[in-house]
Design a protein. Structure first.
Length: 220
């Protein structure tokens, strides 16, 4: 079997074991459960998981959405699980309530301790699911994924200023769901993309938190 240039390159694991492992990932098995299913070590299963996710990310990079496309963003907290203290990009946050000091400020709304996750799905079930960046959704965050939207796209979304700017700047057709409503004047909703966000939150909860550096792999 030709494996050059695939995720099986240099892998000593048999194809049957890989098939068992992939089936386990699709069914949400934990690493501990994968070790039982594959009879491999937890370190090997961890490396296989991220080798698989890296391969999937290459496929995701070629996704192009067309036709009616639901678009929306959600947020999750930065997770530095597995990061050594000396490599932390910020001071550790403390639990509980604290008074504001020159070194600690309460940030209202969506602060830069939050990660913006951009999700979109078209009428053909092609999906885009990306970590957009830190803080609130913006035109810049959305526009970095312009290549994933065909010119004939119709964007179905809420009346977010950043999304409407993205739509107008790129000449897309728009179907806007008014503030406080669930359905657009044309009868469209963003229920499918909201389902994606709900699944991501469930995944993070089931994994007891996902390290931000690995989150894109899980989303892919």
């Amino acid at each position: 079997m030709a494996t050059t240039g695939t995720m099986f390159t240099h892998s000593r694991t048999s194809f049957n074991t890989w098939s068992t492992f992939i089936a386990g990932e699709l069914n949400g098995l934990t690493l501990e459960q994968q070790t039982v299913a594959t009879e491999l070590s937890i370190v090997t299963c961890f490396n296989m998981r991220h080798k698989l996710y890296k391969a999937i990310s290459k496929v995701q990079e070629n996704v192009v959405l067309s036709g009616d496309v639901e678009l929306d963003s959600s947020y999750t907290s930065i997770n530095l699980k597995g990061t050594e203290p000396e490599n932390m990009p910020r001071m550790s946050k403390h639990r509980g309530k604290h008074k504001s000091t020159p070194y600690f400020h309460h940030l209202k709304g969506t602060s830069h301790h939050k990660i913006c996750i951009v999700a979109a799905i078209d009428e053909h079930d092609n999906m885009l699911f990306k970590i957009g960046g830190l803080g609130r959704e913006s035109f810049q965050i959305l526009n970095q994924y312009r290549k994933h939207f065909s010119d004939s796209t119709k964007i179905i979304s809420d009346d977010s200023h950043s999304i409407q700017t993205f739509v107008s700047e790129n000449g897309f057709e728009s179907d806007v769901i008014p503030s406080g409503a669930y359905v657009s004047p044309n009868g469209n909703t963003v229920s499918s993309v909201n389902e994606l966000h709900a699944e991501a939150k469930n995944l993070i909860r089931q994994k007891h938190g996902v390290s931000t550096r690995h989150l894109q792999g899980y989303l892919d």
